[in-house]
Design a protein. Structure first.
Ligand SMILES: Cc1cc2nc3c(=O)[nH]c(=O)nc-3n(C[C@H](O)[C@H](O)[C@H](O)COP(=O)(O)OP(=O)(O)OC[C@H]3O[C@@H](n4cnc5c(N)ncnc54)[C@H](O)[C@@H]3O)c2cc1C
Length: 565
């Protein structure tokens, strides 16, 4: 074996962290607080510190927060648990004991979100935007999927700020000699001796000066073997590895995997550490649980391969399948992600359509991603007010309208449908103008009264009773064909990969569990690779804003457990 010139071998760590994303940074932060020495390995370069969290919108699930109370929202731990259980639908696991720990993590996580979470982050300097968002509103059943109330707390500064509050103390630890980073170190094996994990082996990748998020070379220039009394795996999910996504796709529950998939995550989200950890004795459960989205658009200005951006929609756009049929309740924008994906895939095509107006996109199209929300990411209040409250859609949305390959903009319904037909794929039949027009006219007629039998219009009316929605997220109901609200806009929505809900099963100390359910000595896992705790804290469906928080909660548990021996 050879050593790299920048070898971290002269460092004797108390823990080796595999993955410098959010979960790895949080675990490292906790270890540094306890005065421990940490070696952090990552296959990417230093520019990628913080992993996916940097790209995130920084939405955080909090329960009964001061921000909610100020918006007149009455939330409680009981209501949040009811929603979590309704969404998770635990117990339907293909793995015999797949949900054993997921349930315990879910209870502990809701406790955290209703208790310590806000203070923990507040003390680190993190602040939320005062308007609490309402993600995943669910179907119709209070015991089913979805948030009964708005709980999505957007970080002031989005993902980069979530990263910053942990990165800064970790970098201070580096300056004090407690933390050593080894970038471009890709772990290929977890070393087990006499049943105990004692370190990792891997490949040193050639140096890369790629910008953050860009796919980097996998050319190996060296190998390494590094030892430490604990290994914490925080390597993220599988969303950047479409082969693995397809292999584990839940065909029985969801229908066949889409032929055309785009990536909501960078290429480093490759899922390799799952099999590597499994080879070291860890139990991987709930592999078929994933949280991919239905509202993906091709990034006109991509950073990583097949770069997808998700529209986080308000409730007003008409949602049609590839054959032009309007989805039935509760498959309206922002309600029930996986249920709608099932309906999309049932058609035999892997895309669907929003048909909407300029007025709607101005208020209701939020694009997920820190770089798509420069006003909030840069914490620039003046730009924020100008972008969000003045006429016109936010600049990033307008850019997609102008350059995005999935957008059709037209003044007449004939031109709109003709444009949609040009974008059809997979052999979908041409949409018929008269049929689409009749559907829209019928819907528009329902607006002549202040009441309606249209379930989506009822949803919109309900949404506008939430203060945030009324002020910044939901357009005043109007007729789609009213030229004052034009032009008409259609958006082809593709399925994009994002989060992995299953993973390494862990106990509440983030210790990786083996085949017999007991901890694998020396091995820990946190963040997305651990299904955000327990190998599946979300069960089948997520309530949103629960992933960054899941990294924080499980990363903190891992760091504290290792620090306490
Ligand atoms: C655009 C976008 C928007 C999002 N918005 C939100 C949001 O608003 N709210 C929310 O809760 N969540 C959101 N998420 C999800 C959330 O950001 C991620 O789930 C979370 O950041 C995952 O963190 P992690 O530390 O588990 O993994 P990652 O961030 O994926 O980090 C893992 C690291 O491990 C490294 N690694 C992997 N394998 C190896 C190996 N073999 N050897 C060495 N290194 C390795 C990788 O290079 C990477 O740096 C969003 C995600 C994206 C991409």
């Amino acid at each position: 074996m050879t050593t790299s010139p920048r070898s971290p071998r002269d460092f004797e760590p108390d823990a080796i962290v595999v993955g410098a994303g959010l979960a790895g940074l949080v675990a490292t932060h906790e270890l540094v607080l306890a005065g421990k020495k940490v070696l952090v390995l990552d296959q990417e370069n230093r520019a990628n510190l913080g992993g996916q969290a940097f790209w995130s919108l920084g939405g955080l699930f909090l329960v009964d927060s001061p921000e909610q109370r100020r918006m007149g929202i009455k939330d409680s731990k009981e209501l949040a648990l009811q929603d979590w259980w309704g969404s998770a639908q635990f117990g339907d696991s293909v793995d015999e004991r797949g949900d054993d720990w997921g349930r315990q993590w879910a209870r502990a996580y809701v406790d955290f979100a209703a208790g310590e979470k806000r203070d923990y982050l507040h003390e680190l300097g993190l602040r939320s935007v005062p308007m609490v968002g309402w993600a995943e509103r669910g179907g119709a059943d209070p015991q089913g999927h979805g948030n009964s109330v708005p709980r999505f707390h957007l970080t002031w500064g989005t993902g980069p700020e979530v990263v910053r509050v942990f990165e800064e103390p970790v970098l201070a630890g580096e300056a004090r000699g407690l933390v050593r980073f080894a970038f471009r170190h890709q772990v290929d094996e977890v070393i087990v001796e006499d049943g105990t994990v004692v370190g990792v082996r891997g490949s040193v990748l050639e140096p890369s000066d790629e910008v953050r998020g860009a796919a980097s070379s996998r050319v190996v220039v060296d190998t390494f073997e590094l030892r430490g009394p604990a290994v914490i795996v925080t390597s993220g999910g599988i969303g950047g590895n479409h082969d693995l996504v397809r292999q584990t796709w839940p065909t029985e529950r969801m229908g066949a995997a889409p032929e055309h998939l785009i990536s909501g995550v960078p290429a480093h989200v490759d899922g390799r550490m799952l099999a590597i950890s499994e080879a070291a004795g860890a139990r991987v459960v709930n592999r078929d649980r994933m949280w991919h989205y239905t509202e993906g658009i091709h990034n006109w200005d991509p950073i990583w391969p097949d770069h997808a951006i998700r529209i986080i929609p308000g409730p007003s756009s008409l949602w049609l399948d590839a054959t032009g049929k309007r989805f039935a309740a509760p498959n309206f924008p922002g309600c029930d992600n996986l249920q709608t994906m099932r309906e999309i895939l049932k058609t035999g095509y892997d895309y669907s359509w929003f048909v909407t107006t300029q007025t709607v996109i101005e208020k209701e199209f939020a694009l997920s991603g820190s770089e798509q929300n420069p006003d909030i990411t840069e914490k620039d209040l003046r730009v924020l007010l100008r972008e969000r409250l003045s006429k016109g859609a936010p600049t990033p949305v307008e850019k997609f309208k102008e350059h995005g390959e999935d957008f059709v903009v037209a003044d007449t319904i004939d031109d709109l449908v003709a444009g949609m037909n040009k974008l059809s794929r997979g052999g979908a039949p041409d949409l018929d103008v008269a049929t689409v027009e009749a559907m829209i006219v019928a819907r528009d007629r329902e607006l002549d009264n202040g009441f309606s039998k249209d379930a989506q219009l009822m949803l919109v009316a309900n949404a506008r009773r939430s203060r945030t929605d009324k002020i910044v997220r939901v357009a005043k109901p109007h007729k789609v064909l009213d030229p004052d609200h034009g032009p008409l806009i259609a958006v082809r929505l593709n399925i994009l990969t994002r989060k992995t809900l299953g993973g390494i099963q862990t106990d509440l100390s983030s210790r990786a569990l083996g085949a017999d359910g007991s901890p694998v000595p020396g091995l820990y896992a946190a963040g997305e690779v651990a299904g955000f705790g327990g190998g599946g804290v979300h069960g089948h469906n997520a309530l949103e804003g629960t992933f960054l928080g899941g990294c924080i909660f499980s990363g903190r548990a891992a760091g504290r457990a290792v620090a306490n021996g």
